[in-house]
Design a protein around this ligand. Structure first.
Ligand code: C5P
Length: 320
């Protein structure tokens, strides 16, 4: 018997798989009318930034989940550790699809702001899909994972994809966009979150109060050419979010922070998704420091972070 045959004792089954997954912001978010299924037709430009959650999938009997902070100052308040957690549902959906038992111990290590409009829960679901697929050796194709992701939530497919991409439908149809590398962001994290459905609802209410009938959603052509140019000032001026007035109405401090960031010299200011996180596009470290200092001094936010984008989507970072 050769040494190689000695070696062959079946496929390698890892004990633990770690997946790192980024937060997203929306460089543009154009919200159309409410559809019959309760979702809004939208067109958005997703952009993955370097704030990360980690999901560890360990071999186990049965399904269990724990949530913990990734850094000492990360907040995990209110994140469920049962079937209400999208990562739990992701593991179940994958197991059902692949015809395996959902045997996994999931640890969700959070740094992405909770209920912040940065798709942290969706990111964890995408990471759980990738981690369990690896742990169980189910080997799904990219398009199969993408399909399962879309069934879990509107933002989950993008968390798999990463980079900069257009999202259509309710956000789940993704196509990549050519964008210059190396945008720098200052991110203001609020105490407390906003519920995504409530912000969409407030957007509809504001529109009906103002007698506005939304057009079909679209990406402004200027934004697309500007993104390729890499010109920070032009990109900053082209950022927009139809949910911003609703988020500001629900949490007026958001408006104050946006004004502060602009006065401090940010090239662009924006509510991330449904908020309440606000993001500030800056041109280099001097501008970043100035914006960061002003936001901190305001006393309006829980934390101020820096990040860059675009970065890749959910990726296996460790296997043992
Ligand atoms: O798809 P997901 O579960 O992340 O969506 C959460 C909620 O946000 C939906 O139930 C809906 O109220 C709102 N939403 C929407 N239109 C979208 C995406 C989300 O109205 N395109």
């Amino acid at each position: 018997m050769t040494a190689l045959e000695d070696w062959d004792d079946g496929p390698f089954r890892p004990e633990a798989v770690t997946v790192r997954v980024p937060a997203k912001i929306n460089l543009s978010l154009s919200v159309g009318p409410l559809r019959a299924d309760g979702y809004h037709e939208l067109v958005t430009v997703f952009h993955a930034v370097s704030l990360y959650d980690e999901v560890i999938a360990r071999a186990a009997r049965g399904l269990s989940l724990t949530v913990e902070p990734l850094r000492r100052d990360s907040d995990v308040g209110g994140v469920p550790d049962d079937e209400r957690n999208l990562a739990w549902r992701a593991a179940l959906l994958l197991a059902e699809h692949a015809g395996v038992e959902p045997d996994v111990r999931l640890t969700v290590r959070k740094d992405i702001p909770v209920a912040g409009g940065m798709a942290g829960g969706s990111a964890d679901a995408a990471a759980a899909l990738v981690a369990c697929d690896h742990l169980w050796g189910t080997g799904l194709r990219r398009d199969e994972l993408h399909d399962l992701a879309g069934r879990l939530g509107s933002d989950v497919p993008f968390a798999l994809h990463g980079g900069t991409a257009i999202g259509t439908g309710r956000g789940e149809h993704i196509s990549p966009v050519l964008a210059a590398a190396g945008m720098e962001w200052v991110i203001a994290v609020m105490d407390g979150g906003l519920s995504t459905p409530k912000v969409f609802e407030a957007c509809d209410l504001l529109r009906s109060r103002d007698g506005v009938t939304p057009d079909a959603p679209q990406v402004h052509p200027d934004l697309m050419s500007t993104l390729r140019s890499g010109d920070t000032e032009r990109i900053g001026a082209a950022l927009y979010n139809d949910l911003q007035p609703a988020a500001v109405e629900l949490m007026p401090e958001i408006g104050e922070l946006l004004d502060l960031g602009a006065t401090a010299g940010a090239a662009g200011t924006l509510v991330s998704g449904s908020g309440p996180t606000t993001v500030f596009l800056v041109d280099g470290p001097v501008s970043a420091a100035e914006v960061e200092e002003q936001l901190r001094a305001s006393g309006l936010c829980r934390a101020v972070r820096r990040a860059r984008g675009p970065v890749p989507g959910a990726q296996v970072s460790n296997v043992r």
